[in-house]
Design a protein around this ligand. Structure first.
Ligand code: GMT
Length: 392
């Protein structure tokens, strides 16, 4: 198939999922055209080590007009034009838009301009539905973009239900969860790294995110304070960067636990850092899936998550970790200690987290579901008709 993919290339999990999907589809023989304003973060060195640059992956940069009259950048228009051009010249069969606004909207418009039967597949990721689209001015645009797509997927049941409840869409929405490349995210022998990070045998808690308010990173820091106050030797690794990082650093100083927190910034060797850690904390106030938690599980560490959105669908309470009420820092600390201090429970949950990630969310299992969906929209089966046979 000739597939166009549009996503946010530089920030967040939706771009990661879109890029990994494109790479995986290319490995399966499809021609994949990324149409974005910058090279997607994970597209560098696409493919496996033995095929670093696949020759069936293409990158088309969306060029922005700088005409002075356009005081506000016309990104959606530029994206639509790029989609039209690429679809025409590369004879795309379909465009897969990740994150509804403006990607699905631009794709639907491009289809109208092209006036041919190109298919539009839209994947809903999270705040496109739970935040952005709910702004009253965006609501009709969101409903239109979803209903005009040929197929729509959501990354969790929670997100599918939210979409139906919030926008009253009539459209069928397939739940296709996020996935993981288990060649990259796997338990890695990180004893040396662990010795460096925890020289006195401290337990290592880890959190990775883009440090936005919705991630509630300060809850993880407050939980660490409780854990330390109860006499457990522990450290918290904070990986990533974003608007709340400064506030988090100030809080760690204010609580007197600066020495026990390590702000590591954006890291590329995530799998090693996750493997060196003991538990993953994701206390989000809103999370449609929680890709970062899945990455941790694939590295063999259990998860402490809040109970919002799609998190309880991924992190099974009492099995792959614990799920606590959002904002309940005391419960977060209690459950983390319970897990860290019970060797058997820890071993059981770590193994279960790894099993769940690799058995249920491996890309080899999930990517074929996208392929099947593409086949279905490109070659819809005629509805079966039954003739009523009356006995003679
Ligand atoms: O919606 C966002 O906040 C951005 C988006 C992104 O691009 O990272 O995150 C969402 O999509 C991810 C990939 O499907 C999910 O793993 C995240 O849970 C989801 N974030 C939220 O729902 C807050």
């Amino acid at each position: 198939m000739n597939i166009g993919i549009t996503c946010y290339p530089t920030y967040g999990g939706s771009g990661v999922v879109a890029t990994e999907l494109g790479k995986s589809l290319a490995e399966r023989g499809h021609h994949v055209h990324f149409i974005t304003y910058a090279l997607p973060m994970r597209l560098t060195g696409a493919g496996h080590e033995d095929a670093p640059y696949l020759d069936n992956i293409f990158y088309h940069e969306v060029e922005m007009s700088t005409y002075p009259l356009f005081e506000f950048p016309l990104y959606s228009m530029a994206l639509t034009s790029a989609m039209v051009e690429v679809a025409r010249f590369e004879k795309l069969d379909l465009i897969h838009a990740h994150y509804a606004i403006p990607h699905a909207t631009a794709a639907v418009l491009a289809k109208q301009i092209l006036q041919r039967d190109i298919k539009i597949v839209t994947t809903l990721h999270g705040t496109d539905i739970t935040l952005v689209g709910l702004e009253p001015s965006f609501e009709p645009l969101m409903k239109f973009s979803i209903e005009s797509s040929d197929a729509v997927t959501a990354v969790s049941k929670f997100l599918r239900d939210e979409t139906i409840d919030n926008y009253g869409v009539e459209k069928e929405i397939d739940v296709i969860p996020n996935f993981i490349d288990t060649d990259t995210f796997r338990p890695i022998d990180s004893k040396n790294l662990k010795r460096l990070l925890a020289p006195n045998g401290e337990k290592l808690l880890v959190h990775t995110s883009n440090f936005r308010e919705v991630k509630r990173v300060t809850d993880a820091i407050r939980a660490l304070k409780i854990i330390l106050d109860r006499g457990v030797r522990a450290k918290l690794l904070l990986i990533g960067d974003g608007p709340d990082r400064g506030e988090c650093q100030a809080l760690a100083r204010e609580l007197g636990i600066w020495q026990q927190t390590r702000f590591l910034g954006k890291q590329s060797e995530l799998a090693s850092l996750l493997s060196a850690s003991d538990v993953f904390l994701i206390p989000s106030g809103n999370e449609s899936f929680g890709l970062s938690a899945l990455e941790a599980m694939a590295c063999g560490i259990p998860v402490l998550s809040s109970d919002v959105g799609g998190l309880p669908e991924l992190n099974l309470d009492g099995e792959t970790g614990f799920v606590v009420p959002v904002g309940d820092v005391e419960a977060l600390a209690e459950r983390t200690m319970e897990l860290l201090l019970d060797r058997d429970l820890y071993a059981h949950m770590a193994a279960a987290a790894y099993r769940r990630a690799t058995e249920d969310f491996d890309k080899e299992r999930i990517v074929p579901r996208y392929e099947a969906l593409y086949e279905r929209v490109l070659h819809p089966q005629p509805a079966m008709s039954y003739e009523l046979v009356t006995p003679a």
